[in-house]
Design a protein around this ligand. Structure first.
Ligand code: PGA
Length: 237
């Protein structure tokens, strides 16, 4: 694992965006794994800027998002499809039909999970996976549990996740209780992964994830076994 210690959020975001852009320059048909949350917003803003300046071309890129709330329509302002379109996908020259996010309204959830796993496999796996981390150590919505789940699945969100995400909803009861998330297999099989984390409230969980025991009770701890993990953070770890 490589840890890049940066000065602040902006430097973290620029470094992450530059690595993603370099990946696309070197391999125009890159398969990107993308994350939502407040942490990657700056990374996406810098990527939009790089694309606008002609430094990176998304026209042949394919993207897969880590997760989506179950029950939210893709047009819902709190859906992750809406978030991704707003912060990145409609602002770069990507073909939107090559951007995949679980459909939170899918009638047959199991079929939807299988569809995503098949699409990732057909795409040859993820070249570069961007990740944030939850206060409980989740990656995507792989919540603390007693096992690592390999494949895409529907998950009950933990109380700490619902609390953390309630800031985006009018009231806590509006936060969906379930989500569809990629499992740990495509994340761990990604050829390169970038983990970004910002804010003192993430220091303890980052220490546990990166230096503690590898356990499904801290899902991000499995990243210690990733073959090419770059951690970018202003935190003293
Ligand atoms: P955040 O979420 O970037 O909003 O802190 C990260 C996560 O839950 O994975």
């Amino acid at each position: 694992m490589k840890i890049l210690k940066v000065k602040n959020y902006d430097e973290m975001s620029r470094k992450a965006a530059n690595i993603i852009a370099a990946q696309i320059v070197l391999k125009p048909q890159t398969v990107l794994g993308l994350a939502t949350g407040s942490t990657p917003i700056g990374t996406y803003a810098h990527l939009c800027e790089l694309c606008k300046n002609g430094d990176v071309d998304f026209s042949q890129v394919t993207t897969f998002n880590l997760d989506e709330y179950y029950g939210l329509d893709p047009t819902h302002e709190q859906s992750y499809r809406y978030f991704m379109n707003k912060h990145l996908l409609t602002k770069v020259n990507i073909d939107l039909s090559s951007t995949y996010i679980a459909n939170g309204k899918a009638e047959d959830v199991e079929a939807e999970c299988k569809r995503l796993d098949n699409l990732i496999e057909e795409a040859g796996g993820i070249d570069l996976q961007l990740l944030g981390i939850g206060h409980n150590g989740h990656i995507g919505f792989n919540e603390p549990s007693n096992e690592f789940v390999k494949d895409t699945h529907c998950v009950d969100l933990g109380e700490t996740t619902i609390d953390a995400n309630s800031r985006f909803f009018e009231n806590r009861n509006d936060v969906p209780k379930r989500a569809i998330t990629l499992g740990v297999k495509p994340i761990m099989q990604s050829k390169k992964a970038i983990l970004i984390a910002n804010g003192d409230d993430k220091r303890e969980i980052m220490k546990k994830a990166l230096f503690g025991p590898i356990t499904p009770s801290v899902p991000a701890s499995i990243l210690q076994l990733h073959k090419d993990l770059i951690v970018i953070t202003p935190l003293d770890l």
